[in-house]
Design a protein around this ligand. Structure first.
Ligand code: R5P
Length: 290
């Protein structure tokens, strides 16, 4: 089956890279807006009888969710054989339970909205905390990829004396794997979250940090408060440098500058969300799954 990659202006770089790796056509979806703010989607390529791969990283997600659903439905209507969603960053997964009375469990609702439009969903390191797999909420074929290997290799290539730190207990799942690949020691912190903008982070055990290149690894850097608190704590032990690596760099509310100001010597992310910190390309990893 012939393939075609469709993407939007904000995700086009990754879309184009992926199309190159798959040796197939790339086409950008046109989005027009009516005066009353309703949207009109227009496909600029023939999708009939093709496998359509829609690439859209779902950061600042609300509009994008509508864009992908409209695009997928249009592609099917125009005769696409199969429509696959590549969402390297998958949104709305952190609200995986009702934390306060009356709250929505939005992860479930978004999964219900998106699922019917696609036959397969490919994503990278989704925030699976209370859900053991995406299949619990998404009703379609799902493939979860991980950037752990690429991050581990990046560290191995660029650092000589690294120590890997996960900013919370949950991060051990990826910090441990990355450390193994990079051939480094690893520890995690204990994080207490008071609100979405207030956390406290403490190192869990004694590990040599003095004189080492500290690499703090997390799945998401959003407000960066988690990373900032980890930096504040780790700094006391006098490392030679501090690098923050996030799979998905959302950098909301001026987070990048706040992180630099807090003492991050270098900030590195994958290109799941376009940003100047993108140093690790995911297109090769994703292409192997299509
Ligand atoms: C939460 O458990 C995640 O793994 C990240 O630690 C969190 O999303 C980071 O958020 P922020 O940058 O806003 O502290």
């Amino acid at each position: 089956m012939k393939k075609i990659v469709l993407s939007f202006s904000y995700s086009q770089k990754l879309g184009r890279n992926l199309a190159k790796k798959l040796n197939c056509k790339f086409s950008m979806v046109k989005i027009k807006e009516f005066p009353d703010k309703e949207k009109l989607i227009q496909l600029n390529a023939d999708v009939k009888n093709k496998q359509v791969i829609i690439v859209d990283s779902l950061y600042i997600p609300d509009e994008k969710i509508l864009d992908i659903c409209l695009t997928a439905d249009t592609a099917k209507d125009l005769g696409a054989k199969q429509v696959i969603l590549v969402a390297p960053y998958l949104c709305y997964l952190r609200q995986d339970k009702r934390f306060h009375t009356g709250e929505s469990i939005s992860s479930k609702t978004i999964a219900k909205i998106v699922s019917p439009f696609f036959s397969k969903l490919i994503t990278v390191d989704p925030h699976l905390h209370r859900y053991k797999s995406l299949g619990i909420i998404y009703r379609l074929k799902t493939k979860v990829l991980t950037a752990n290997y690429l991050i581990g290799e990046y560290i191995k290539k660029h650092y000589t004396n690294p120590v890997i730190i996960g900013p919370d207990e949950e991060s051990y799942q990826w910090a441990e794997v990355i450390a193994k690949i990079a051939g480094a020691e690893v520890t995690v912190c204990k994080k207490t979250r008071f609100s979405s903008r207030k956390v406290k982070v403490l190192l869990k055990n004694n590990i040599t940090i003095k004189g080492k290149e500290v690499i703090i690894v997390d799945d998401i850097i959003s407000t960066a408060h988690t990373m900032i608190e980890a930096i504040k704590h780790v700094k006391k032990y006098k490392p030679v440098s501090i690098t923050c690596i996030g799979v998905h760099g959302l950098f909301v509310e001026n987070a990048y500058n706040k992180l630099k100001k807090a003492g991050a010597d270098l900030i590195v992310t994958t290109n799941s969300v376009p940003h100047t910190t993108n140093k690790i390309d995911l297109s090769g990893l994703i292409s192997k799954e299509i």
